[in-house]
Design a protein around this ligand. Structure first.
Ligand SMILES: NC(=O)c1ccc[n+]([C@@H]2O[C@H](COP(=O)([O-])OP(=O)(O)OC[C@H]3O[C@@H](n4cnc5c(N)ncnc54)[C@H](OP(=O)(O)O)[C@@H]3O)[C@@H](O)[C@H]2O)c1
Length: 121
């Protein structure tokens, strides 16, 4: 995916970059912020799980725009440029992929399934 993007000048953006979708929607997911692998990496760097996830995106060349309503968390989420994940840590986070989507498959997002009339348009 990353290589395809680089070849075609496409910047991939993370959807739900710190895994919000895993904890604010009632589902079978467990919160990514409580994942033991991410927690251990966070402790090793003296950072929070959210910061580790954001750093993982940044180091792999993705755009990541997390959302928070809390000023302290917004500051925390910007503070990810003073540490570096090792190749092993990046691979460990990659390895957490279950293949299960938190949202719809892009192929299912069509006008028929998600279309909405905009009367003002
Ligand atoms: N998920 C979607 O359906 C969707 C669709 C289209 C676009 N997007 C865009 O993607 C971006 C973010 O997506 P998202 O809101 O789904 O997920 P997210 O940024 O991965 O997670 C947001 C959640 O994480 C919490 N949070 C933020 N920083 C934290 C921190 N440092 N430590 C612990 N918790 C933290 C927030 O709570 P608090 O606010 O209480 O801090 C919120 O519940 C937004 O710009 C959104 O508009 C998302």
């Amino acid at each position: 995916m990353q290589a395809f993007g680089a070849r075609h000048g496409i910047l991939t953006q993370a959807w739900s970059p710190i895994g919000g979708i895993t904890f604010y929607r009632d589902s079978e997911h467990t919160s990514t912020l409580r994942d033991p692998v991410i927690g251990e990496i966070a402790r090793a760097h003296g950072k929070s799980p959210a910061q580790v996830m954001l750093r993982w995106h940044v180091q792999q060349g993705r755009s990541a725009i997390p959302k928070s309503t809390k000023p302290a968390r917004i500051a925390e989420n910007f503070d990810v440029f003073d540490f570096e994940l090792t190749d092993e840590q990046l691979a460990a986070i990659d390895g957490l992929d279950t293949g299960r989507r938190g949202g719809p498959d892009p192929a299912d997002v069509t006008l028929a399934t998600f279309g909405r009339d905009i009367p003002e348009a």
